[in-house]
Design a protein. Structure first.
Length: 286
């Protein structure tokens, strides 16, 4: 199947964030997130991506000890009415920014997921996507999502992934085959994983000739110490912006549709992709 090759009509300025949340403090982290969203808006961003599980912090001991206090509840339609998020709603409205922020979400059927919440420019909050590829002990605390998601902002199509999702080429490719121009990945990479952190998301950009926005937590205490390096990649996997391995940063870049179009003409992997990768494989002795 050949994916749609539409190109947005105007550039889109986006922000990626690296910051340190406080384990278990959803209300306090929402205030911090609101400040970061305003900072992104002050720099001209229309979309801001914050790290995985930012609202509760990626801290398994806290998540296991207080599964009610660390979660936000979603209704059957995915809407989230938690009053602790009111500062974040206000920031999105006032800054005119669509924010993507990580949370532990509790669904009406009892599932608990690692979610990417979408806070739109009207301040409405909903579960935009549930992480499909759970990593390690996450399986003890969470259920996996069962479907992909694409966020529509202006006329940009932005596929959603969370951390370990981006380690699977098929996940980014599914977004691209849905017509994605970009891929947004709230993440939580631990200290010591810098090589993989910097390789996976650049590769997903080049694999699929799309922009990638990678957010990451930073700081914390071992063994839950995170390594920053938030980045925005162009469709050839080159960093348009990259954060340091420590310290809070709000990094902004403009996604240019002309760059997207030119890259997809020069590097036509999506259009040239074989539907079955050559059929039955042949094995031979050497």
């Amino acid at each position: 199947m050949t994916p749609p090759h539409t190109v947005p009509t105007a550039p889109l300025t986006v922000a990626t964030v690296q910051a340190t949340p406080t384990p278990g403090d959803v209300a306090g982290n929402a205030v911090t997130a609101a400040d970061l969203v305003r900072r992104a808006g002050d720099q001209g961003a229309r979309v801001a991506v914050l790290p995985e599980l930012f609202l509760c912090a990626y801290h398994p001991p806290s998540l296991a000890a207080d599964p009610v206090g660390t979660d936000v509840a979603a209704d059957p339609a995915g809407a989230v009415a938690d009053p602790r998020l009111d500062p974040l709603r206000a920031a999105a409205r006032e800054a005119g920014v669509t924010a993507l922020v990580g949370a532990a979400a509790r669904h009406p059927d009892g599932r608990r997921t690692i979610a990417a919440l979408v806070i739109d420019r009207a301040g409405e909050v909903r579960v935009g996507y549930d992480k499909q590829q759970l990593w390690g002990d996450e399986r003890d605390l969470f259920s996996a999502g069962d479907r992909g998601a694409t966020l529509l902002v202006d006329d940009w199509r932005l596929g959603l992934g969370i951390c370990y999702d981006g380690c699977f080429p098929e996940h980014g490719r599914a977004a691209a085959l849905d017509g994605a121009h970009g891929y947004l990945c709230p993440s939580g990479y631990l200290a010591g994983s810098e090589h993989r952190r910097d390789l996976y998301y650049a590769a997903r950009a080049l694999d699929n000739t799309m922009f990638v926005v990678f957010a990451n937590a930073v700081g914390g205490v071992d063994p839950w110490r995170f390594n920053g390096g938030a980045a925005i990649y162009d469709p050839q996997g080159r960093a348009l912006a990259r954060g340091a391995d420590d310290g809070t940063e709000v990094l902004v870049a403009t996604l240019d549709p002309a760059v997207l179009a030119a890259t997809r003409v020069a590097h036509s992997m999506l259009a040239d992709r074989l539907p079955n990768q050559g059929g039955t494989r042949v094995s031979m002795s050497g």
